[in-house]
Design a protein. Structure first.
Length: 285
């Protein structure tokens, strides 16, 4: 069977299960099995495609048809410009969070916090944000926190994978509680889905760790806590928070930080769909 026929077969299997991105997923499966880029997948004939390759693809398809997200089936997933180890203990990195990474890089490179800013990646999960930040801005002092020990273990595996284990300080604890330094930049993709909505999410999303999705009764529990923590952790010094959230939550989170800080400014960053996705909070500057 040629690679094109194999791709076509995988697409049909996925389409028959009403998987919306069947074409993309079929490509990702074959890229994973052959360990090649998308470019090479189409430009090379791969005479070395073997029965073992085909068998592995069939195994992946069978597992995918159970409803398990492809990222968890493959155990690896691309986030920004790196392939990360992924498990059901961590959220699957999404394109929306790349806004946090890009803006974080800009702030760290701007020099506003000097040559070696202190950055905290709150709720690091797979370590996606932390890894991409320090790979692009090597001079930062980086701390990564998570209240899930299992998630932190996955992050540490990824830190080791990219030779960053000694350069990123991993801390177990909730939000900013374990931080013992004065942060310049806090960057976080916090749980923001109201508890009552969790069971109505798409089947694939419900495979992800509930504690990384569930934001309490109104989805704002973590934002309330980090707003209060920001006052004590910054100790009236300047700092920037980058927080991803659901667009309708922005006004409420602005109000929370205004309550805690006499001098605070806000900016909103839109995602690729034009939705207000990231709130940038500048304190004491």
């Amino acid at each position: 069977m040629s690679i094109r026929d194999s791709l076509s077969f995988a697409q049909k299997v996925l389409s028959s299960a009403n998987i919306s991105e069947a074409v993309i997923e079929a490509e990702l499966i074959w890229m994973h099995v052959l360990n090649v880029s998308r470019h090479d997948l189409y430009l090379n004939n791969f005479p070395n495609v073997t029965d073992l390759n085909v068998k592995r693809v069939h195994e992946i398809l069978s597992e995918r048809l159970t409803g398990k997200p492809l990222a968890y089936v493959l155990g690896l997933w691309k986030a920004y410009d790196v392939d990360l180890i992924i498990s059901p203990d961590v959220l699957i990195p999404r394109p929306e969070s790349e806004i946090l990474i890009e803006r974080g890089i800009e702030i760290c490179r701007s020099g506003v916090f000097g040559k070696s800013p202190v950055v905290v990646d709150v709720g690091t999960g797979s370590g996606s944000i932390a890894i991409n930040l320090i790979r692009n801005v090597p001079n930062i002092q980086l701390f990564a926190t998570d209240n899930s020990k299992r998630a932190l273990e996955i992050a540490q595996q990824n830190f080791k994978r990219f030779g960053l284990y000694e350069r990123i300080t991993s801390l177990h604890g909730d939000l900013l509680e374990p931080i013992f330094v004065l942060p310049d930049l806090v960057i976080a993709n916090l749980p923001y889905i109201p508890s009552r909505n969790i069971d109505w999410l798409q089947e694939e999303v419900r495979w992800e760790p509930r504690e990384a999705l569930d934001g309490g009764n109104d989805g704002l529990a973590c934002f309330r806590k980090i707003a209060v923590e920001s006052k004590s952790k910054l100790n009236n010094c300047r700092g920037v928070f980058l927080l991803e959230m659901d667009p309708p939550q922005i006004e409420d989170v602005v109000s929370m930080f205004r309550t805690e800080h006499p001098k605070v400014e806000f900016d909103v960053i839109r995602d690729l769909r034009g939705l207000e996705r990231v709130l940038e909070i500048t304190i004491g500057m």
